[in-house]
Design a binder for this molecule. Structure first.
Ligand SMILES: Cc1cc2nc3c(=O)[nH]c(=O)nc-3n(C[C@H](O)[C@H](O)[C@H](O)COP(=O)(O)OP(=O)(O)OC[C@H]3O[C@@H](n4cnc5c(N)ncnc54)[C@H](O)[C@@H]3O)c2cc1C
Length: 448
């Protein structure tokens, strides 16, 4: 029971407050988050006050930036959700190619101004995602095969730790904590700001080749023949889209299904066309590839721009069982999913960068992400059956590792790391938060 005689020195909401339901809503509308209370600090001093308040009240602390991976938290009844939506500072140093953002900033506030200067961050597929949550979980983006995961591009972090201190951590100051934060999500404290490198993008050839859905097998086979030989400057995905008939879906694809190859090439059009020749030779019904500014990478994936009820599954794979996958989600399978996405990994994504953090690289050649939008109980059940069928279809090919940012349910997070990294993450947790004040969406227990 929270003592409420004195309001704390920051905005706080309780279940009886009028704004409670609107504030606890997150991107996945299927979620029903019920924390003990929600703190809405406006600066780092108020974050410190929120952490102290939670400790005094015997609550745990659950940090949240833009709320795209709250699914993994599970029961929050014992927790103060610290929602950082008011921490919105952004500072861009174009000459040094460095960006500093506060803890609640979304990628949509960073991508366009960087693009205006010919720069791009290692952001992901959706501009609506929070920079903090994405970066603290790894961060796999269109230019990761060239520049690594976003966590490896982070250069400094301001974080409020369990002792109530606001620390600036980097390679020199609290290096173990800096290492653990770059992969260990919200388990170590509340990040009030983070700084990262961004990259000059002089030329970008990007777009999508849309093929009739009936040709999914041909397209997948051609893509799988091509992808392994592409340079690190080029990243492609192959996706099976069944676009819903919803107003936010653009007219040419609304309510229709396609096999789509999406790609981003850091180079000129002539070289890009040459790399994609075998796929274009199959005769797409729509071809959107063109030279463009870095900002086009924010829209390329056609991720949903508005909150929706979502259910998904993912797997890291070395190879793709085409027959088994198409039997569940291909033409004629009557799949209820909106998209089955296969992203190409490799390049810098698979290499351990010097001085990288706890999420330094991802194993495997591909990552699968399958997603449905349940409209009611019956469609939720059908989507769940299909997602489980996908899990079964790829089970023999899936690695025993998972990518935490793509896991949206409570799970044993030790599967995200190798044994040595997991042990080090637990040791850092024991050093900085032995009483487990903080809970990340993916739980890392202290070493005992
Ligand atoms: C439409 C969509 C597209 C996506 N595309 C990609 C992609 O291309 N690549 C990729 O890698 N991932 C992608 N993701 C996954 C996304 O990166 C994760 O869901 C990420 O955790 C979301 O961060 P958030 O800040 O939006 O969410 P939140 O739910 O706010 O944050 C997730 C977790 O991060 C921690 N956290 C967040 N902010 C802080 C903070 N300030 N201090 C301490 N801990 C904090 C907490 O543990 C929190 O539970 C996508 C997700 C969606 C919904």
């Amino acid at each position: 029971m929270i003592a409420r005689k004195r309001r704390p020195p920051f905005e706080i909401l309780f279940p009886e407050d009028a704004e409670w339901d609107a504030t606890r809503r997150v991107f996945n509308l299927a979620l029903d988050l019920r924390p003990a209370a929600i703190a809405l600090p406006r600066n780092s001093s108020e974050v410190v006050a929120a952490v102290e308040f939670a400790r005094d009240q015997g609550l745990r602390v659950a940090p949240q930036a833009a709320g795209h991976n709250a699914d993994a938290y599970g029961d929050l009844a014992d927790s103060l959700l610290v929602d950082l939506r008011h921490l919105q500072g952004v500072a861009i140093d174009t000459r040094a190619q460095r960006v500093r953002v506060e803890g609640g900033v979304k990628w949509e506030q960073v991508i366009p101004p960087l693009s205006d200067h010919g720069l791009a961050a290692v952001h992901g597929s959706s501009p609506d995602v929070g920079v903090a949550g994405y970066s603290l979980g790894g961060g796999l983006g269109w230019i990761s095969r060239k520049y690594g995961l976003q966590a490896s591009n982070v250069t400094a972090i301001d974080v409020v730790t369990a002792d109530g201190q606001l620390r600036r951590v980097d390679h020199a100051r609290d290096p173990d904590l800096f290492w653990a934060l770059r992969g260990g999500n919200g388990n170590y404290g509340i990040v009030t700001a983070l700084e990262f490198r961004v990259h000059a993008v002089e030329e970008l050839y990007a777009g999508a080749l849309f093929f009739e859905f009936a040709r999914a097998r041909e397209v997948l086979e051609a893509w799988l023949g091509l992808a392994p030989g592409l340079p690190d400057r080029c990243t492609t995905w192959c996706s099976l889209f069944q676009f819903p008939d919803l107003p936010f879906v653009p007219e040419p694809v609304r309510g229709r299904s396609f096999a789509v190859v999406l790609g981003a090439f850091l180079g000129d059009e002539q070289q890009g066309r040459e790399l994609l020749r075998p796929l274009r030779g199959l005769g797409p019904v729509m071809d959107t590839f063109a030279m463009g500014p870095p900002a086009v990478l924010g829209e390329l994936a056609m991720d949903p721009p508005v909150p929706l009820p979502l259910a998904h599954t993912s797997a890291l794979l070395d190879s793709i069982p085409i027959d088994d996958l198409l039997a569940v989600t291909g033409p004629g399978a009557d799949s209820p999913l909106v998209v089955v996405e296969l992203r190409q990994l490799g390049g810098a994504v698979g290499r351990y960068a010097d001085a990288a953090g706890a999420c330094a690289a991802l194993p495997g050649n591909y990552i699968l992400l399958a997603l449905g939008v349940p409209a009611d109980v019956a469609s939720a059940a059908a989507i769940d059956r299909c997602l489980r069928a996908i899990d079964n279809a790829v089970a023999d090919y899936a690695l025993d590792r998972r990518y935490g940012n793509f896991v949206g349910h409570p799970t044993d997070a030790s599967a995200f790391w190798d044994t040595a990294t997991w042990a080090r993450l637990r040791a850092v947790k024991a050093a900085y938060d032995p009483d487990e004040l903080f809970r990340g969406n993916h739980y890392i227990p202290p070493a005992t």
